[in-house]
Design a protein around this ligand. Structure first.
Ligand code: TXA
Ligand code: MG
Length: 317
């Protein structure tokens, strides 16, 4: 069931059920983080391995402080500037956070989301929400309530409809446990914005399959069903595959053969617009059922870095 009923969503969460929730980044599959059975059901519904920990979502910084052992100055600076918003901090967890949420890690990933409905929901309940993106493990993240409905509709008790996610790409994850902060997942908050706030450029420690710091970031992720190629040169790649049923994901003021199904992430070359459109367009292209989706690479700055990260994981097949 889809709707706007915050009180009903809160009641479902209190009962230990899962609810689809809107955030400014992507939709989440939410459950009571302090209820182990609810957390187990999140993993099961997503078909997600238990070694891949979940992000804790809370309503304010006071709540954050309950679930972490300490809150270093770097975290404080980032939190003040960017929360609520598309930023997740990795910090040492307090004993209140069940091990199942962090997959046994001593670190917890935590954030305050910016969507008004979800903030209102968090204000209705007295526990934090654990919420991964509300997609089956490995598939494209949802940015609309209908995406959640289509894929998990029969498995969640309710979907809170908050319209389209206005950032469109998952939160940036910053590890604040070391002497210097490092970025462990590129996302909806740019590195430049983070650098300006902390006064230096954080190192990138983007995970591979084996990296324990963000174990969920498998190389192959965010994948459509169709084969997906990421290229610097669409014309050339098109030529190579001219006998196949192809669909294109493009960017900027360029159109290709009118017979080819193509979607443009942003004609005006706005990376923010491209991030907003990214996952929805990947789904539309996939629904067209092509043999092959060809996507161009976006510029390597600002949100372009995070978008290229998602595109390259989608293409790794
Ligand atoms: O924008 C977002 O962050 C969305 C919305 C719903 O908030 N959530 C999201 O969750 O993207 P998910 O589960 O799809 O991705 C969370 C990532 C995974 O790569 C996971 O491995 C990492 O965060 N992560 C979570 N807890 C962690 C922890 N304790 N230590 C290291 N990595 C962690
Ligand atoms: Mg995800």
């Amino acid at each position: 069931m889809i709707g706007h009923d915050i009180l009903l969503a809160a009641e479902k969460l209190r009962q230990g059920l899962t609810v689809g929730i809107p955030t400014e980044t992507v939709y989440g599959l939410a459950g009571n983080a302090l209820n182990e059975e609810a957390v187990v059901s999140i993993f099961k519904i997503k078909n997600r391995p238990f070694f891949d920990p979940l992000i804790l979502h809370v309503k304010d910084i006071e709540s954050v402080k309950k679930y972490v052992r300490n809150f270093p100055e770097s975290a404080e600076q980032l939190a003040e500037k960017f929360w609520p918003g598309p930023l997740t901090l990795l910090l040492y967890k307090s004993d209140l956070v069940p091990d199942i949420v962090t997959s046994g890690s001593d670190l917890v990933a935590i954030r305050i989301p910016r969507h008004p409905l979800t903030l209102a929901l968090l204000n209705e309940i007295d526990f934090p929400i654990a919420a991964p993106s509300a997609n089956p493990f490995g598939y494209i993240s949802p940015t609309k309530a209908e995406h959640v409905e289509l894929q998990l509709g029969d498995k969640v008790s309710y979907i809170l409809d908050g319209g389209s996610s206005d950032v469109g790409i998952e939160s940036t994850i910053v590890n604040c446990t070391g002497e210097k902060s490092e970025i462990v997942r590129l996302g909806g908050l740019s590195i430049d914005a983070i650098s300006q706030t902390i006064g230096y450029t954080p190192t990138l420690n983007i995970s591979k399959n084996s990296n324990p710091l963000a174990p969920g970031q498998l190389d192959k992720h965010y994948s459509p069903h169709a084969k997906f190629i990421l290229t610097d040169n669409i014309e050339e790649t098109l030529l190579l595959h001219r006998h196949q049923k192809v669909a294109l994901l493009t960017y900027g003021d360029k159109t290709y053969d009118a017979d080819i199904y193509q979607l443009n992430l942003s004609k005006s070359e706005s990376l923010e617009e491209a991030a907003r459109n990214l996952f929805h367009y990947m789904r539309l292209l996939d629904n067209y059922n092509p043999e092959l989706i060809i996507s161009c690479k976006l510029p390597s700055f600002g949100l372009g870095l995070a978008i290229n990260d998602r595109l390259s994981r989608a293409s790794n097949n």
